[in-house]
Ligand binder design. Structure first.
Ligand code: ARG
Length: 582
């Protein structure tokens, strides 16, 4: 059990033994460390209930707690706050436990099975900056939930249908009209290799998109093709080719970002569930026809803004984004039976997600005990406050953004590293950390501005600063190893600077738990920065390797190792890799 939990349990039991009603004890970090490291401020409310002066009760509690050897300096402040500090022995013992296994600092809640829907790339369209946050946040939440013992399935929920395919098939037809896919009489097998490469598709898509904006006839033709993809075998075969040549490219970029998915299912994987979905909605009398379309009312009397009905099937019989999202939920429930499904989708789609969730719950597709969670997020903006664009006004390609960051971090790289290949390798790791950290440190609901110089700075609240801090401890530990210095035992903090690190370590389990509950990585991103700052203060004011007191030196090295392991654990959750040098 983590030290804070042990303390909370002791306080809880003490209060019970004294005969007071209490449901939970939570320790908070003290704002006045001169009086105590932590504070318990639950006495006031329990005193109200007991109809007694809180200061008297607080003193009764402190009197009993004094005999617990994990505490020191217990005192009562103001209207009944209890200030609490941990004894040096308790802190030393705890750090030694962490040295044995850093996972002792991770409190695992009840294990759940969850599906996280994130990334949301669209086949045949290039990944752009708008896809970055969903991938970063979703993948980070996946790592966090796994660290805390959850079983997690991450699904990319690929946009594998829609007008982009109509455009591409149209363009392929223009360029290669004689292909067998366009021969309506053809009855044989289609080739199992694609007639077009990803490069051609990348050129065709913008070309076609431009044409449909300018030419009504082409737009009508593209619409027609789009609606016929599943019916015409030639189109369907081309559709499959387009998907199969696009996915490797998507994977390449996600690999580059250090992001992975367990499932690469698409919107069309929901198709087998749609008839059943409609059946359920009909049986529950939830859907009705409106101008030929099938819709469901999802508004509730206490809605503050208007929530319009959701369209399940369009009047021409075609499916929509909402149809596939609902079908996907039905499929996910049937196949995986998760406890929760989390959607890491841009705030601009909040209404759509809300409509989908309401329909899923009302229809019983998602039973009451299963949670649907929306993890929305703000956009990465340019200096003008609008979503980040290229100079030409298009959304910036994720690949181009990555290259920009790599270049910026290459320029800033230590000149002493001269090997070109090594420089490039390091610039990638550091550049990626700059981008990821900058993306994760703001609260996920807020927008942020892309400021490359700020993100890549080695000083300040940045990814490179964290990597730099981690590399510095790593080389300290390596040097200690080379000099065969023995470090086995932590003996407790020797001063305030050192105590501060320990307090930060004690806070880690709660930070992880809160981050999971709020589905917010920014708490963790902030936390690791404060730990790094505390450790760096210590590192700069203590000369560790040449310390003559061997016990002290060994103790400091143990602490450094524990801090390094926390860096590893948390940077891994945030999707950042620690390089060998910086
Ligand atoms: N492909 C969609 C887009 O680019 C995002 C998908 C989000 N996930 C979902 N289940 N709707 O906007």
């Amino acid at each position: 059990m983590t030290l804070i939990k042990q303390a909370e349990k002791i306080i809880f039991n003490t209060i019970k033994e004294l005969g007071y009603e209490i449901t939970e004890v939570t320790l908070h970090l003290s704002e006045h460390p001169q009086y105590g490291q932590f504070q318990f401020n639950g006495v006031m409310s329990l005193a109200k209930f007991a109809k007694k002066n809180p200061v008297i009760i607080a003193n009764e509690i402190v009197e009993k707690l004094k005999y617990e050897k994990i505490f020191k300096n217990l005192n009562v402040a103001g209207p009944g706050f209890i200030n609490i500090s941990f004894s040096n022995e308790a802190l030393a013992e705890y750090v030694n436990e962490l040295n044995n296994d850093i996972l002792n600092n991770v409190e695992k809640p009840e294990a759940k099975k969850i599906i996280i829907d994130y990334g949301g790339p669209n086949v045949a369209k290039t990944l752009h900056v708008g896809h970055l946050r969903s991938a970063n946040i979703g993948d980070g939440l996946k790592h966090l939930a796994r660290l805390l013992g959850y079983e997690v399935i991450g699904d990319a929920h690929l946009g594998d249908i829609g007008r982009q395919f109509g455009i591409l098939i149209y363009e392929i037809k223009q360029k290669y009209p004689d292909l067998v896919y366009f021969d309506e009489k053809y009855k044989g097998e289609y080739p199992d290799y694609s007639p077009v490469t990803i490069q051609e598709l990348n050129e065709m898509y913008p070309m076609g998109s431009k044409k449909i904006k300018e030419n009504e006839t082409i737009l009508a033709e593209v619409r027609k093709i789009t609606s016929e993809i599943m019916e015409k075998p030639g189109y369907k075969a081309l559709w499959q080719h387009i998907i199969s040549v696009s996915i490797p490219k998507l994977k390449e970029i996600y690999d580059e970002l250090n992001i992975s998915f367990d499932l690469w299912e698409g919107e069309t994987d929901a198709y087998p569930y749609i008839l059943e979905l409609i059946e359920i909605l009909k049986n529950k009398n939830l859907c009705y026809e409106n101008n030929g379309a099938l819709i469901v009312d999802v508004a509730k009397p206490d809605d503050k803004t208007e929530i319009p009905p959701i369209i399940i099937i369009k009047s021409d019989g075609s499916y929509l984004y909402s149809t596939t999202d609902l079908g996907t939920i039905l499929g996910r429930m049937k196949r995986f039976n998760p406890d929760e499904i989390w959607y890491v989708v841009d705030n601009r789609q909040q209404l759509h997600i809300e409509q989908v969730f309401r329909t899923a719950v009302m229809s019983g597709i998602v039973p009451e005990n299963v949670k649907l969670e929306y993890c929305g997020f703000g956009t990465m903006n340019g200096k003008d406050g609008k979503p980040f664009k290229t100079r030409d006004g298009d959304a910036m390609k994720l690949e181009d953004l990555l290259n920009k960051v790599y270049e910026a971090s290459l320029e800033r790289l230590n000149e002493n590293i001269t090997d070109l290949a090594e420089r490039q390798h390091l610039a990638k790791i550091i550049g990626l950390s700059a981008l990821k950290y900058a993306d994760l440190v703001p609260n996920r609901n807020t927008d942020y501005v892309f400021e490359i110089d700020k993100f890549c700075n080695l000083n300040g609240k940045t990814g490179p600063y964290l990597l730099y801090s981690a590399v510095r401890v790593k080389s300290l530990l390596n040097k200690a190893g080379e000099q065969k210095i023995n470090f086995e035992k932590y003996i407790g903090p020797s001063d305030e600077v050192e105590s501060e690190i320990i307090i930060k370590l004690l806070l880690m389990p709660k930070i992880l738990e809160n981050a999971l509950n709020l589905k917010s990585l920014n708490i963790i991103a902030e936390y690791i920065y404060t730990l790094a700052s505390s450790y760096n203060n210590f590192y700069e004011s203590h000369i560790i390797l040449t310390e003559t007191d061997k016990n002290k030196r060994g103790s400091w090295l143990v602490l450094s190792k524990v801090v390094y392991e926390v860096y590893e654990l948390i940077l891994n959750v945030l999707g950042m890799e620690i390089p060998d040098k910086i």
